[in-house]
Design a protein around this ligand. Structure first.
Ligand code: ATR
Length: 291
């Protein structure tokens, strides 16, 4: 908002108002591209809540000192994006069960006892698949491609929906095997190499590799993606376009991860403010804006 020629009294009032507003940030590096401030501004409008939500660029290796200063200065909460999700988890004194399982946090909140960490990414993905895209995960055959941080954050919530089958394929098969072992107490996960994906039908194929954000091609076996498959890229916008367009050209339904971003934000907003935002309108506005 631009304020021109305000009287000192009005400027003082404005400063008081801004100081009184609860402050939230999204912390990342890079972070300039983040849509989180726009999403939370819309949620706040919907809920009639006055809050400030800004981007916070933090140098790599300096997460803790910046987060400490933000909360010491009265900050109420933060979303955390790459590359700081493990730092955010380590930073918090209290952690939710789902953050512990993922070993990473995208959510921090100041509470009476200290800083609380949670992970709303998995719930965001499940919400987008089921509510926005109409995919029934119960009994579905799901393939996750990739075994890095993005994959690790979504395995438990997907297992929680009782799929018939959950396969993790990774370029480095040992990392897929590690994930399968890690999540074994929660359900069966089948690890394999990228060139060893079972010759079966998958209802959902999730690209959780960093190929889209790096602009690298992802070679998958013929017939893996086609009619009857939802091909989903956890990246969003132009980064995900090659994967999404390719899947559509093969006759599949396809989506980028914009809905996951909006749904994880809604989950965060509810935890912070106790009000559940309506996501559909916000998602379609962003789709119109980001193409
Ligand atoms: P993120 O937090 O985004 O998941 P990460 O932890 O570095 O990032 O993991 C990147 C994932 O993308 C890994 O599964 C990686 O495979 P490797 O474990 O073999 O490295 C996968 N990946 C990256 N580039 C890839 C490529 N060109 N082809 C296939 N998989 C790739």
């Amino acid at each position: 908002m631009a304020v021109t020629e305000a009287s000192p009294a009005a400027t003082g009032m404005m400063a008081l108002f801004l100081n009184a507003m609860d402050r939230y940030v999204v912390i990342g590096n890079p972070v300039a591209h983040s849509l989180s401030p726009a999403i939370h501004a819309r949620f706040a409008e919907q809920a009639g809540e006055a809050l400030a939500y800004e981007r916070m660029l933090v140098p790599e290796g300096a997460f803790a000192e910046h987060a400490r200063a933000f909360f010491a200065g009265g900050g109420r909460g933060a979303n955390v994006t790459l590359p700081f999700k493990v730092d955010a988890f380590d930073f918090a004194g209290e952690k939710s069960e789902r953050a512990r399982i993922a070993g990473a946090a995208n959510f921090l909140m100041a509470r009476a006892g200290g800083i609380f960490a949670d992970n709303t990414d998995g719930a965001g993905l499940v919400g987008d698949l089921q509510r926005n895209l109409g995919i029934a995960l119960r009994g579905a055959a799901i393939l996750i491609i990739g075994a890095g941080g993005a994959a690790r954050g979504v395995v438990a919530p997907l297992l929680g929906e009782a799929p018939a089958r959950l396969v993790i394929a990774n370029r480095t098969p040992a990392r897929a095997q590690d994930l399968a072992r890690r999540f074994a107490p929660l359900g069966r996960v089948e690890p394999c190499a990228l060139d060893g994906i079972p010759a079966a039908h998958f209802d959902v194929v999730l690209n959780a590799t960093s190929t889209s954000t790096r602009g690298e091609p992802l070679a998958l076996r013929e017939g893996l993606i086609g009619p009857g498959t939802l091909a989903y890229d956890m990246a969003y916008g132009p980064a995900a376009r090659a994967f999404v367009d390719h899947a559509r050209s093969l006759g599949a339904k396809a989506s980028d991860g914009l809905g996951m971003l909006v749904e994880q934000a809604a989950e965060s907003f509810q935890l912070w403010r106790g009000k559940r935002p309506q996501t559909a309108a916000v998602l379609s506005e962003l789709r119109a804006r980001t193409g």
